[in-house]
Design a protein around this ligand. Structure first.
Ligand code: ZN
Ligand code: ZN
Length: 135
C-alpha cells in the first residue's frame, strides 16, 4: 500500500515535518486548545494540533526543546520550536508513549478539527465550531 506524504516547514525553512496523508485526515485526532499555555507559546487565540504518535512523524532539522514545568497537570512537557524563527513544532510528554501534539498551523491545508479543549477559556466573542466535541 502506498500512502502519500504531506510536508511542511517552519517559517525559516530550517525544520521540515512530514506525515502521511492518512494521519493528516484524522479529524478525531485534531484539536484546538484554548488553554493559557497554548495561547502563550503561540501568541494566538488557540493552538491547533494533530495528536499523532511520534513514530508517524518525520522531522528533519533540529528543533530546540523548552522543558515546560509549569503545566496544569504538573507533568513536564517538552515544547519544540525552531531556534531560528521561533515556529512551534510540537509538544510532547517525554514520559508518555502516547501521541505528541503536532502544530498543524504550518501546513498549507488546514483540516477541520474534531475537538476543542479548554473551551471555558475561550473568549465569548469567538463562535464555537459546529459539530465538534467540546471539552
Ligand atoms: Zn525556522
Ligand atoms: Zn493547551
Amino acid at each position: 500500500m502506498t500512502t502519500s506524504t504531506i510536508s511542511s516547514k517552519c517559517l525559516c525553512g530550517q525544520i521540515t515535518v512530514s506525515i502521511s496523508q492518512t494521519e493528516f485526515n484524522k479529524t478525531d485526532s485534531i484539536g484546538l486548545c484554548y488553554c493559557k499555555t497554548c495561547r502563550q507559546i503561540g501568541g494566538c487565540l488557540a493552538s491547533y494540533n494533530l495528536y499523532i504518535l511520534e513514530k508517524d512523524v518525520k522531522i528533519e532539522g533540529q528543533p530546540k526543546i523548552y522543558e515546560d514545568k509549569n503545566t496544569d497537570s504538573g507533568t513536564i512537557i517538552q515544547r519544540a520550536f525552531c531556534s531560528n524563527c521561533g515556529s512551534s513544532i510540537y509538544g510532547k510528554n517525554p514520559k508518555s508513549v502516547g501521541p505528541i501534539a503536532l502544530k498543524l498551523g504550518m501546513f498549507d491545508e488546514l483540516p477541520k478539527p474534531g475537538m476543542a479543549l479548554y473551551c471555558k477559556r475561550r473568549p465569548d466573542w469567538v463562535k464555537p465550531i459546529d459539530d465538534i466535541d467540546e471539552h
